[in-house]
Design a protein. Structure first.
Length: 503
C-alpha cells in the first residue's frame, strides 16, 4: 500500500504481552456503544407513547446522538492522541454510563433530545480510542486483522444483544430501563481497564487547537442539520443559512489544518487512495442502511404486531451474519483481494435492501430473516476490511485521528441516512388518508396512530390502523429502494478506489 506518511518502524513488529486480554476490555467499550444504539429503535414506540414527541422530534431523538458524535469524533480522537487513549477511553466510558441515567429518566421530548446529545459527547471519546489502542497493541498485520475482526464482531454482537436484552426489559419494565443496562458494562470496563489497558499517546502531539475543534463541531452539525431539514421540510432561508454556515466552517477547518505545523487532523491522510476509498465506502454504506434500520423495529412491532422481545430476536440474523463475516474478513481479503471483499459485501447488502421493497404487513419471516442475514454478512465483510485498511494506512502515533475519521464517516452516514431515508418514510407516511375523525397526532408517527386508535370506536380504529400501516410500509419500500441504490453505488466506488490495496 502506498503511503505518504512515515514508514512503519521495526520496533512496531514487537508483540506486547497481554494484548489479547486488553482487547477484551476494548470489546466491552464497543458493546457499550452498540447496545445503546440498537435498543433505541425498540424503545421508540414506547418513548413515542410516553413523551408524545412530534414526528420531527422523534427523528431528532434518533439522530441527534449521531449529529453530535460526528462533530466531535475528530477532535476527541486527536485529544486521545495527545492526553492518552486509555485516559480518554475510561473517562468517556464513565461519562457515558452516567449520562445514560439521564436518558432513562427523561420526562419530555426536549429533555430526551438533550440527553441523547450529551451521550454523543461521551460517545465521541470511545470508538476512536478503541481502534487507536488496537493499532498500538497489535503491530503484526495478521494479528491486527484478527483483532479488528473481533472488534467488529463485538459491535455486531452488541447489535444482537441490544434488541434481545432491550426486548426483555421492555416487556417487564419501563422504557428507561434499556438505557440503564449501560451501567454494569461501564463499571466492568472501567475497573478492568484501569489494570489491563496500556497507555499510549503521540510523543510529539503539538497543541490541541480549540479553534479547529469549534470549526469541526459547527461545520458538521450545521451541515447535517441543513440536509435533514431540507429533506423533511424543503429549502428555507434558515436551512440555506445553516448549510452555508456548515460548509464555510468545514472549509475553514480544512484550510486551518493545512497551515498548522501540528494539525488536529493531518490532511495528508487523504492522499492515500486506500484510506479515502475506505472512508467513502463506510459513509455510503451506513447512509444506505441506517435510515431503514431505524424504522425496522417499528415495522416489526407496530405493523406486524410482534412483542419487543420477539422483535429483537427477529433482527438477530443481521448480527449473526456480521459476527461470522467479521471474523473471516481479513483472511478473505488476503486470499482474494481487498476490493473484491469490500465491493462484494456492499453489493450483497444492496441486493438485500432491494429485496425488502417487497415487504408487506403480512410478509412471512423467511424473506425478512434471509435479507437481514445477507445484510449482516455483507456489512461485516466491508466494515472489518475498511477499518483494517484505515488503520494500516497510518503510523501508530496518528491512530486516534485516523480512527476518528473512520468513525466520523460512520456517524455522519448514520445521521444523513436517518435524515434522508427517514424523511422519505415520514413524508410517505404523513400523506395517508384516514377515516373521518382521525386526530392530527396520527399523522405525526405510526406510534401516534396506534395510540390514537386506542381511543376510537373499533371500526374507525381498524380503518385508521390499516391506512397508517399501509402508508408506513410504502415509505419503507421507498427507503429500501433508495438505500439499495446507494449501496450498489458504494460497491462500484470501492471497486475503483481500493484497487491494488492489500492488508
Amino acid at each position: 500500500m502506498t503511503s505518504t506518511l512515515q514508514p512503519v518502524r521495526a520496533a512496531e513488529t514487537e508483540k506486547r504481552p497481554g494484548r489479547w486480554l486488553a482487547l477484551g476490555v476494548l470489546v466491552l467499550a464497543v458493546l457499550l456503544v452498540a447496545v445503546d444504539a440498537t435498543v433505541l429503535g425498540l424503545a421508540t414506540p414506547y418513548i413515542s407513547e410516553d413523551l408524545r414527541p412530534s414526528g420531527t422530534q422523534l427523528l431528532w431523538i434518533g439522530d441527534v446522538y449521531s449529529f453530535v458524535i460526528a462533530g466531535l469524533l475528530v477532535s476527541m480522537g486527536s485529544l486521545g492522541d495527545r492526553i492518552g487513549r486509555k485516559r480518554i477511553l475510561l473517562g468517556g466510558a464513565t461519562a457515558f454510563g452516567l449520562i445514560s441515567v439521564l436518558n432513562a429518566y427523561a420526562t419530555s421530548p426536549e429533555m430526551m433530545i438533550l440527553a441523547r446529545a450529551l451521550l454523543g459527547v461521551a460517545g465521541a471519546t470511545l470508538m476512536p480510542a478503541t481502534l487507536a489502542l488496537i493499532r498500538n497493541l497489535f503491530h503484526d498485520p495478521r494479528e491486527r486483522s484478527l483483532a479488528v475482526g473481533i472488534w467488529g464482531a463485538a459491535a455486531s454482537a452488541g447489535m444482537a444483544v441490544g434488541p434481545i436484552a432491550g426486548g426483555f426489559l421492555l416487556e417487564h419494565f419501563w422504557w428507561g430501563s434499556v438505557f440503564l443496562i449501560n451501567l454494569p458494562v461501564m463499571a466492568v470496563l472501567v475497573l478492568v481497564g484501569i489494570r489491563l489497558l496500556p497507555e499510549s499517546r503521540n510523543p510529539n502531539p503539538g497543541p490541541w487547537d480549540l479553534a479547529s475543534v469549534l470549526l469541526s463541531l459547527v461545520g458538521m452539525i450545521a451541515t447535517v442539520y441543513a440536509v435533514k431539514e431540507a429533506a423533511a421540510h424543503g429549502f428555507t432561508w434558515a436551512v440555506l443559512g445553516a448549510g452555508v454556515l456548515g460548509v464555510a466552517a468545514l472549509y475553514g477547518f480544512v484550510r486551518r489544518q493545512l497551515t498548522m505545523p501540528t494539525p488536529l487532523l493531518d490532511m495528508r491522510l487523504f492522499r492515500s487512495r486506500g484510506f479515502s476509498g475506505a472512508v467513502l465506502a463506510d459513509l455510503l454504506t451506513v447512509l444506505g442502511m441506517s435510515g431503514l434500520v431505524f424504522f425496522l423495529s417499528q415495522y416489526l412491532q407496530l405493523v406486524q404486531g410482534r412483542r419487543p422481545f420477539e422483535a429483537g430476536l427477529a433482527e438477530l440474523p443481521a448480527a449473526v451474519g456480521a459476527v461470522a463475516a467479521g471474523l473471516v474478513a481479513g483472511s478473505a481479503a488476503r486470499r482474494f483481494s481487498v476490493r473484491a471483499v469490500v465491493s462484494g459485501g456492499l453489493a450483497a447488502v444492496g441486493l438485500a435492501l432491494a429485496a425488502l421493497t417487497m415487504l408487506s404487513g403480512a410478509t412471512g419471516y423467511p424473506l425478512l430473516g434471509s435479507a437481514l442475514l445477507v445484510v449482516g454478512v455483507g456489512a461485516g465483510l466491508s466494515f472489518t476490511v475498511t477499518a483494517d485498511v484505515i488503520l494500516s494506512s497510518v503510523p501508530k502515533d496518528q491512530a486516534g485521528a485516523a480512527s476518528a475519521v473512520s468513525e466520523t464517516a460512520y456517524e455522519l452516514g448514520a445521521a444523513l441516512g436517518i435524515a434522508l431515508l427517514g424523511s422519505i418514510v415520514t413524508a410517505a407516511y404523513r400523506d395517508f388518508t384516514g377515516p373521518a375523525g382521525t386526530p392530527p397526532q396520527a399523522h405525526e408517527s405510526l406510534g401516534g396512530a396506534v395510540e390514537a386508535a386506542a381511543t376510537l370506536p373499533a371500526p374507525t380504529a381498524d380503518a385508521l390502523l390499516s391506512a397508517a400501516r399501509d402508508a408506513f410500509v410504502h415509505g419503507l419500500h421507498l427507503a429500501s429502494g433508495a438505500g439499495a441504490a446507494v449501496l450498489l453505488a458504494a460497491a462500484a466506488a470501492a471497486w475503483l478506489l481500493l484497487k491494488n490495496e492489500k492488508l
